[in-house]
Design a protein around this ligand. Structure first.
Ligand SMILES: [Zn+2]
Length: 278
C-alpha cells in the first residue's frame, strides 16, 4: 500500500564538529571533551522544537556511552531512535561496518533500533546484508528522487530526496552521495540540510509540490543547525577555513524547522516503511 504523502523529517544526531573529518580518529574520550556537553545540552531544546511531530533521530552510538539516558529521552518524546553509526566517520568497507555494528549491538537491541543512516549519506551495496543480520528493517543512506523505495534483500532503502531535473535515474545503487556526478546528472539534493541552508524558500516550495504530487520527501537536519552551540560558528572557524563548503551546515535552520513543522504532515521513516508494507 502507498502511505498518504508526508514529510519524512530526520535528524542526524551528531556533534557540532562532525562535518569536519579532522576529529574522526581522536579517542572517544577526546571527542567527548571536544563536544563539551553539546549533544546532551541540545537534546531537550531540540525535542521541544520538534514537538508535536514525530521524527526519526539517527543517533551516533558513542553518545550513548557518554550519556546513557540520551536514547531514552528521544524515545520518550515519541521519536524513532535510529542509528548513525557508533562513531561518525566514513564507513566504506565491510570490515569497518561490521566492527561498528558489533560495538553498538547492545544499545541498539535495548532501544529496538531498526533504521540506519550512513554518515555523509555514503555507503556501499554490501551494507544491506549486514543490516539484515543485525535486525534492521530499513536504511536511508543514498540520495535518490522522492518516492524511491528499493528492496535490498530484506532491507528497504528509503533514500534522502533529490529532485530529478533531467529524468529519473535508471540504476540506484550505493554509493549515491552528494557529489559532482549526482548534481551534473540533474538531481537537486534538496533533502540535504546544505540545501535548506542555502535555498530555504526553494526547498520549502519543492517539499510542498512533491507532497501534492503524492511523494513523501526525506530530508535531514542536524542538532547544531537548530540549537546553536556556544561560541558558534567561531569555534568551527578553523574547519571552515580549511573547507568553506561546510559553511551552510553552520547556518541556523530553526525558522525553517518551525515552518515545516507547522505546514506539513510529518511521520517517522519507520512508520512510513511499516505502512508501505501493509
Ligand atoms: Zn552525519
Amino acid at each position: 500500500m502507498t502511505p498518504s504523502p508526508r514529510l519524512l523529517l530526520t535528524i542526524d544526531y551528531e556533534s557540532w564538529f562532525a562535518p569536519s573529518r579532522r576529529y574522526d580518529f581522536l579517542s572517544s574520550q577526546d571527542r567527548r571533551i571536544l563536544d563539551d556537553g553539546f549533544v546532551y545540552d541540545a537534546i531537550d531544546p531540540l525535542l521541544e522544537k520538534l514537538s508535536p511531530v514525530k521524527t526519526s533521530v539517527y543517533l551516533v552510538g558513542e553518545f550513548v556511552d557518554w550519556y546513557p539516558d540520551l536514547p531514552q529521552k528521544i524515545a520518550q518524546a515519541g521519536h524513532e531512535v535510529g542509528f548513525h553509526c557508533q562513531v561518525h566517520r566514513p564507513l566504506n568497507t565491510v570490515a569497518d561496518i561490521k566492527d561498528d555494528l558489533e560495538k553498538s549491538r547492545e544499545w541498539r537491541a535495548k532501544y529496538h533500533v531498526t533504521g540506519f543512516r550512513a554518515p555523509m549519506i555514503n555507503t556501499i551495496e554490501e551494507v544491506y546484508p549486514l543490516l539484515e543480520q543485525n535486525g534492521f528493517c530499513y536504511s536511508s543512506s543514498l540520495y535518490a528522487p522522492a518516492g524511491t523505495l528499493i528492496q535490498k534483500g530484506k532491507i528497504w532503502e528509503v533514500p534522502v530526496s533529490t529532485l530529478p531535473l533531467l529524468g529519473h535515474p535508471k540504476h540506484i545503487l550505493a554509493p549515491r552521495r552528494m557529489n559532482i556526478p549526482l548534481v551534473l546528472g540533474g538531481e537537486f539534493p534538496y533533502g540535504s540540510s546544505m540545501m535548506s541552508g542555502l535555498f530555504r524558500p526553494v526547498v520549502f516550495k519543492i517539499i510542498e509540490r512533491q507532497l501534492k504530487a503524492g511523494f513523501s520527501p526525506v530530508i535531514f537536519l542536524h542538532p547544531y543547525e537548530i540549537i546553536s552551540p556556544d561560541n558558534w560558528p567561531a569555534r568551527f572557524r578553523r574547519d571552515l577555513l580549511a573547507n568553506p563548503l561546510l559553511y551552510p551546515f553552520t547556518l541556523n535552520k530553526s525558522d525553517f524547522l518551525r515552518d515545516i513543522v507547522k505546514a506539513f504532515p510529518i511521520s517517522t521513516v519507520a512508520e512510513y516503511v511499516k505502512e508501505s508494507l501493509q
